[in-house]
Design a protein around this ligand. Structure first.
Ligand code: VGL
Ligand code: ZN
Length: 208
């Protein structure tokens, strides 16, 4: 397949130190997708990288709530929010991309989760499903109609980006072997089923 077409974009989601082994919110084998993500970038004309980018007092951190522990939940004005360990704090080493991730090929690096009061899993919208990151306008103005997703974590930021992509009428492909999951209380199975039901293509890097 030729991904060098102007209507295809590869979105590399949150391949950052804190989501890799040794990081604050480590995803099992998160670092194992770096090489494959670099290879994928060779196939695409348009590469876009996202970066989870939180201020220290971010409301998605358990530490910023009274008597709350990581991986519990809280009701926020936009619905139920999982509380995470402090991660991807703006300017920290944990927020940097994995050192082996090639970033020079990216046309756009989009930061998300910088508003203290609201989390942002999706590359398109904050968790209120309303506040835009700007990615939609960017893709539209470049004539992109098909997106390919890889990165971390499959059942959170990749998943929410894929679902929003469908809502926005993109053809959405998730490259499963170039993702790893957190898998919190069945979230992996739930997200995979939901993606299948909503028309996300789950593919392998070998298919490209
Ligand atoms: C993510 C939890 C919190 C992700 C980001 O990138 O999947 N998950 N912040
Ligand atoms: Zn985050």
């Amino acid at each position: 397949m030729d991904m060098f077409e102007e209507n295809n974009a590869l979105l590399l989601i949150d391949i950052q130190n804190d989501f890799c082994p040794g990081g604050a919110l480590a995803v099992d084998d998160g670092d194992k997708i770096v090489e494959i993500s670099n290879k994928l970038q060779e196939k695409f004309k348009i590469n876009i990288i996202t970066q989870d980018w939180h201020p220290p007092f971010h409301k998605s951190f358990a530490s910023n709530h009274l008597n709350k522990i990581p991986f519990s939940t809280v009701e926020m004005f936009y619905g139920t929010q999982v509380l995470w360990p402090n991660h991807c704090i703006q300017g920290s080493i944990g927020a940097e991309f994995h050192p082996k991730l090639v970033t020079k090929k990216a046309d756009l690096i989009i930061r998300k989760g910088f508003r203290p009061e609201i989390d942002s899993y999706s590359a398109f919208f904050d968790n209120d499903h309303e506040t835009p990151t700007g990615l939609y306008g960017y893709l539209q103005s470049r004539g992109v109609d098909t997106i390919y997703l890889c990165g971390l974590a499959l059942d959170f930021c990749v998943y929410f980006s894929a679902i929003d992509g469908i809502k926005l009428d993109f053809k959405v492909n998730v490259i499963k072997d170039a993702c790893r999951a957190i898998d919190l209380e069945g979230s992996l199975d739930k997200s995979l089923n939901d993606m299948k039901n909503k028309g996300v293509n789950l593919i392998c890097s070998g298919d490209l």
